[in-house]
Design a protein around this ligand. Structure first.
Ligand code: PMP
Length: 344
């Protein structure tokens, strides 16, 4: 019989799928790594597993311990499902601006969710940061993974995501594109692909070119922290999980472009994915177009892998909701469904 002992044993090993329609006019092969096929529905399962196992090994997390993390989404789900197997409690601290749906998902996995007011400064005792720090101090056996600083985040990608891409492309990947949030994905995967391709001859693609995709306004692409709506990526500070020497280039993408592409991926490629996925695909297509202009022969041989972090299910009331999109000016009033659309 072929079965896993536990759902957390199914983390990683996600497939690559070729993008076919959104790539029209481009000769590069563009392959998406579909991270929503992880058991918790996102790329974050990988770091959750590695951070917990490393904390057990170092003694920071002991049997019966409690995991406390300020997170509202994907990392919480990953931590909760690994914690279940190992008998840890989870407490997640979320600001009240986080949609109730997201908090409900964490509670459904058995986690305790503590909601803090958004409209207070970070040093207020009720802030998101103060409350999570206080809980860590007060709960016996509490451990805070701190995904923004924990080096086991990038390490998980060095050990799993990178080798999977290298093996599945038979060492032919030439470019890697991923969004940057904590920076763990691009740092670990990019570092592995650089190392794996360090000695590869130029005729076979040379060293892998690593591209970070970033929401326009975020610090990674030189912004000042100006607000943007795409979730999970971009920062207004430089997290220690991010090594800025790894990406060879950063491409900034606007919310409007990210969301339009996210909707196209669902409609045209059958990939119901989140907004940071649309953002990464826009960056990959922009890169492919530039290769095409610079050197069409090299572009035809390029193998661009773009990582899609999560599913679109968590964004139904935003990116996939026409009135939400329209309220931000991302859809024209005339962009509703027409007979032509239905018959197309
Ligand atoms: N997209 C989504 C939806 C995410 O939740 C995250 C993680 N914050 C990312 C992209 C970016 O991944 P990383 O933190 O590894 O940079």
């Amino acid at each position: 019989m072929r079965y896993a002992e536990h759902i957390s044993d199914l983390v990683g090993g996600t497939p690559l799928v070729k993008l076919n329609t959104v790539t029209e006019g481009l000769s590069a092969t563009i392959l998406a790594k579909v991270e929503y096929l992880n058991p918790g529905g996102s790329v974050k399962d990988r770091i959750a597993l590695k951070m917990i196992e490393a904390a057990e090994a170092s003694g920071e997390l002991e049997p019966g311990g409690t995991i406390v993390e300020p997170t509202s989404g994907n990392t919480g789900v990953g931590l909760a499902l690994v914690a279940q197997r190992k008998g840890y409690r989870c407490v997640f601290v979320c600001p009240d601006k986080v949609a109730k749906d997201k908090r409900d998902v964490l509670e459904a996995y058995g986690a305790r969710v503590v909601v803090t007011p958004t409209a207070v400064p970070p040093d207020d005792p009720d802030s998101y940061y103060s409350v999570s720090d206080r809980l860590v101090r007060e709960i016996p056996g509490a451990w805070k993974p701190n995904q923004y600083a924990n080096q086991n985040g990038p390490a998980s990608h060095y050990e799993s995501t990178g080798p999977e891409i290298w093996a599945d492309t038979e060492g032919r990947v030439t470019h890697f594109v991923a969004g940057v949030g904590t920076g763990g994905t691009i740092t670990g995967t990019g570092r592995y692909l650089h190392d794996a391709s360090a000695e590869r001859p130029a005729a076979e693609g040379g060293r892998v070119h690593v591209v970070g995709a970033d929401p326009a306004g975020s610090v990674y692409s030189g912004g000042d922290g100006r607000p943007y709506l795409v979730e999970g990526v971009g920062e207004d500070f430089w997290p220690p999980a991010y090594d800025p020497t790894v990406p060879d280039e950063i491409i900034a993408v606007t919310d409007a472009e990210s969301f339009a592409m996210t909707r196209r991926l669902a409609r045209e490629e059958g990939l119901l994915v989140g907004g940071s996925c649309g953002m990464a695909v826009v960056a990959a297509l922009r890169l492919a177009r530039r290769l095409e202009e610079e050197d069409p022969a090299a572009a035809a041989k390029a193998v661009i892998v773009v990582l899609l972090p999560d599913s679109g299910r968590g964004y139904m009331s935003k990116i996939f909701d026409d009135s939400w999109m329209r309220s931000y000016g991302f859809l024209d009033a005339s962009d509703g469904v027409t007979a032509g659309d239905i018959l197309r």
